[in-house]
Structure formats: structure tokens, C-alpha cells
Write a protein that binds this ligand. Sequence first.
Ligand code: PRP
Length: 196
Amino acid sequence: MDADLQNEFNGDEWYGNHIERVIISADAIQEKVTELAKRVSTDLADSDDEIILVGVFKGAVMFMADFARALSVPVKMEFMALSSYGDSTTSSGTVRILKDIDSDIKDKNVVIVEDIIDSGLTLSWLLKYLEGQEPASVTVVSMLRKPGMQHTDIPVDHLGFDIPNEFVVGYGLDFAERYRELPFVGVLKSEIHQNS
Ligand code: PRP
């Protein structure tokens, strides 16, 4: 571990006690937010259609907040709350809407802002759902992806990082609703998630 990461890791006893190692530092995340926001701003700068960011509670909240503030184009922000049930490890899992978007997205530029693509179930469902409302365009931005875990081909226009298939928390990702507020992404110690 390099010196900066080690400092961050030791910066708070509580974090240090639970996190096995940091895999993406807070600085690296913020650099990536800036880069992704610049790319999306450039892509959509010449469009006359309104831009609507769509994030899914709760994981995407941190990225959504940082990403929206790093854009150089005006946007509206929308959030959905979803609940998946059935066998969520297969693409046949079902998604139920607990909270829908409030805006009409027809003929608008929609940007889906996700924290992580794991099985791809959430995103593949969301794409179909939003595309059914006839937006002018749909762009997918995700900070993280676990490669090889998707059951179907998931189009991602702008990706932050591919990460190993480990138990990661931080920057919106939780274990039992905790750790979302960590500014970095780290691997949770196995004794923490196996003993709960
Ligand atoms: C997480 C994450 C993504 C989804 C990705 O949400 O925020 O939306 O899982 O996983 P998938 O590719 O396998 O569908 P989760 O359902 O854990 O809820 P949360 O955001 O409230 O933690």
C-alpha cells in the first residue's frame, strides 16, 4: 500500500478496524468524477434537449452528488427507489418500483448515474423502463463494475473502474446499511461480514 493510502487507511480507527484494504482512494475517485463529468458534459453540450440525471437509491447518492456538481451543463436530478426480489442472481429477477422519477423524460437526454454494476439486473431493467418512455437519448455512467458478473451484455458509456469480485464498501456501497459514507472504496474484512 502506498504512503497516501496508508495514511487514509489509518486516518480513522473505526475505518481501519473494518477495512482490509483500500482499492480506490478518495483522491482517485474524485479525479474520476471530474473526468467522467467532463466527458458527459462534452457529449451533451450541443444538445438543445434538457438533461435529466437518474440515480437509484441509496448507493448512487454519493456519486450523483459529486457528478452533478462536476458537470458543466445544467441538469435536473431524479431519483428512483427500487426493490428487487425473486432470484436476484439471475437476469430473471424482478424489480419493483418503490419511488419513481417525477419528471417526464420524453424527448429529454437521460443520464443514468450508477454506483456499481454487479449482476447487471438493476441496470438492464432500468434501461428498458426508461427507454420505454421515449427519451431523446440514454447515457449510462457507472463509477464501478465487477467484470464477468453480468448475466447479459450491459452497455456502459462511461465507466470509472473495474474492480475485483470482492466484498467492497464505501462511496455509497454498504454492508447492512453501513460504510456508505466512506470517501474511498475498500474491501471489508471477512470477519465483519461473515459474523453478522
Ligand atoms: C446496488 C447498487 C446498484 C445495484 C447493482 O443497489 O446501488 O443499484 O446494487 O447491482 P446489480 O448489478 O446486481 O443489479 P442495492 O440493491 O444493493 O441497494 P442500495 O443501493 O440501497 O444499497
